[in-house]
Design a protein around this ligand. Sequence first.
Ligand SMILES: *Cc1c(COP(=O)(O)O)cnc(C)c1O
Length: 456
Amino acid sequence: MKSDLNRSGEILSTTQDYAASILEAVSDRPVSAEPHPPEPVRLQEVGHGFEVALADFQTRWAPGFSGSAGPRYLGFVTGGATLASIAGDWLTSVFDQNPTSALDSTAPYLERETIGWLREMFGISDAHTGCFVTGATMSNMVGLAIGREWLGEQMGVSVSEDGIAALGAVNVLSGAAHSSVYKALSILGFGRQAMKRIALLPAREAVDVFALEEQLRALKGAPAIVVANAGTVNTVDFDDLPATVELRTRYKFWLHVDAAFGGFAALTEEHAGLVNLLDQADSICIDCHKWLNVPYDSAIQFTRRRDLQVRVFQNYATYLGVPQGVPDFVHLTPENSRRLRALACWFSLAAYGKEGQRDIVQRNVDAARRLGEHIKSDARLSLLDPVRMNVVCFTLANEPSEERVQALVRELRDRGEVFLTPTTLHGTWALRAAFSNWRTELGEADRIFAAIIAAL
Ligand SMILES: *Cc1c(COP(=O)(O)O)cnc(C)c1O
């Protein structure tokens, strides 16, 4: 280890050459393959040094890694990583800052600057403060934890001091909430059953606001949490935010908006109207490792009630001090020590600006539309919903059974040209092609369509 110190340049440049070769080939390597992990080996009593470790990684592990950073990996909602963000991510490890407290470093201030830039990009006012968390799941969890404390405030109890039992049964209302919201309900002690699923509009994934109002009225003044969805994973549908916000004039609820990737609608003139009232939410979830195209793990949590957030997440210790004024990040999220998660975002935003982010969104939307047109015009396939933004949801025209859809997903995976993930939409088995990578050019849509047809 000590001798490595004298060769840090050599070690990093070897890694750099290797990394560059990977990045250059990422568009050509198979996007996916069935995993065949190598046999595990025992921990070495004595290590063999960096070069041997690298060679071992290159032969045993790297070949089985997916091409998820590349342009035709369309499973889940998977962003790549811009070059500036990779550089920022690397420097995060080099400086190895812990932005927990502002005792000794400007790192937390860089994080606040980045949060300010993101707020500006999404049209969120400074009534909101933000913090970085590992992903949208954690952002939803933190937002709902603040909502939990708000419920206590409404009922004159403190959940953070007295526990969840002080609340009694909790009502969480949502139309097509993401699976991670249910996970959050479990973690937070509400229980998954706390979710009251509200009817959706016909053939849509957006909530029926009249049905939502009916449910709120039935609560007879009891406070609730409403999770509004801004960008669903199957069809990128958006709840009617203005109508939902309007309900707050008559009903008492915490409004959490899951805008994990739909928040990026704010970047294009065509879609911005879908999220123009995002700022009105009490808490907002936006993912950075998806459409912002920074490396995992990165998301933002915004809220108007930092005071309640501090009540939930405060970490008093004499050496950290009591949170006063602008609270340190240690008092705002589940983690205490952590990496300077903002730096990769900071680099990408500084390098490419708002225009660069808009360009990614626009190109992805254009490519999704083109694939949608191809699918619509082919009798063997059926487009299940108009392409609203960056996800194409389609299925087989004949007998779209679970078995046949899963077989097509596997066939595509094994061919390694394009990776899609399966889903069900209104009870029909389907495939999703989710565009969110900065490398994906319009022409890629033709190649993707050809790959789908070839795999049928
Ligand atoms: C991806 C996603 C999540 C969960 O995000 P992770 O980053 O995987 O934790 C939550 N909500 C929506 C709408 C998403 O698309």
